[in-house]
Design a protein around this ligand. Structure first.
Ligand code: GZL
Length: 328
């Protein structure tokens, strides 16, 4: 862990520079100068899931009494890299980041390693030949999430007695781990079942607005009668698609099967109303796991490299009457 005096001096210097440059007081990181400081680069605020994930980190840091330097990169990898470099300059105790895409991190993570600062990758994963560049990964098993989506579709097709179903896929941010693995897991689960044809796969970038655009374009291309199933990689895009479908006179959940991922309250409410058929859960509540690992690292304890939270799947076949509020 960093020597407090050196870091305190670095903090004062950085804060003064920041304040002078920004013309505003640098945000105090923590009231307790001896508290651990976590540098957290969050990729953006593109969805209810992401906002819930950020809140989870802030609440957990507060519970543990850690200082949290939070930077929101607004969907830009270059801003995440700059934030990580500022955390290194500040000499934080641990760096946590959710990489918007999988590649392009080796250089800055090498700088963190050279500075002796452990890195926890949270939520999404990186692609690297050197897994010594990070201490641990805490986040979902996205391949399993994709498989759950596909397994629901097989079950639904059985229940419908369907002979053939045309599937369209609205994917998340290209080259991100959830997009790649939710697609791969889904395809694994339906592989070899000739009742299903994936007729289109378009990127909605995890955004509600782009989910609307994708749905509008898919309807124009295939017509409502040409689409039987929509597999959408997150609830925001699904909710955008719902608006477009209902404006076009389609009854989602009945005329078309809708499969979504995340488990935001608004989507769960739509599931309960029969407008969505299945939501594969992806929990944003990773903060407690992250901060417990920060504490363990500060005590020199060994930590597991891969850490996946328990997740489930909510479907039309389940009794959801006592499902607790989702909180995001
Ligand atoms: C998944 C996370 C994804 C969510 C989206 O862990 O990275 O990013 O599924 C979010 O809602 O935008």
């Amino acid at each position: 862990m960093r020597h407090m005096t050196r870091r305190a001096l670095a903090a004062i210097a950085l804060a003064l520079c920041g304040a002078l440059l920004a013309g505003c007081a640098a945000k105090p990181v923590t009231a307790n100068p001896s508290a651990l400081v976590v540098g957290f680069s969050q990729l953006g605020a593109e969805s209810g899931w992401r906002i819930g994930n950020t809140a989870s980190m802030e609440q957990a840091a507060k519970r543990w009494g850690f200082g949290l330097m939070l930077d929101n990169a607004n969907q830009r990898q270059d801003k995440q890299i700059a934030a990580i470099r500022s955390f290194i300059s500040y000499q934080v105790d641990v760096i946590v980041f959710s990489p918007i895409v999988e590649t392009g991190w080796d250089n800055v993570l090498t700088e963190a390693r050279n500075a002796g600062i452990p890195v926890i990758i949270m939520d999404r994963m990186i692609e690297t030949d050197d897994d010594g560049l990070y201490t641990a990964y805490i986040g979902a098993d996205f391949l399993a999430e994709g498989r759950r989506a596909g397994e629901f579709l097989v079950r639904k097709a059985d229940a419908l007695g369907a002979e053939h179903l045309n599937v369209v896929e609205i994917t998340g941010t290209e080259e991100s781990t959830p997009m790649r693995e939710r697609q791969a897991g889904f395809m694994q689960a339906i592989d070899g079942d000739d009742r299903f044809t994936v007729i289109a796969s378009v990127s909605g970038d995890f955004l509600r607005s782009k989910g609307e655009e994708c749905m509008r374009s898919l309807l124009e291309t295939y017509g409502a009668e040409g689409i039987d199933v929509i597999y959408s990689h997150n609830d925001e895009m699904t909710l955008g698609a719902l608006d477009v479908l209902e404006a076009a006179g389609v009854k989602p959940g009945e005329d078309m099967v809708l499969i979504s991922v995340d488990g935001q309250q608004e989507a769960v409410d739509a599931l309960k109303a029969g407008r969505i058929n299945c939501i594969v859960e992806c929990t944003p509540d990773l903060g407690e796991r992250v901060m417990a690992m920060v504490d363990a690292l500060s005590k020199g304890e060994e930590v597991p490299k891969q850490n996946h939270p328990e997740e489930t799947c909510f479907t039309e076949f389940d009794d959801l009457s006592d499902l607790a509020p989702r909180g995001y």
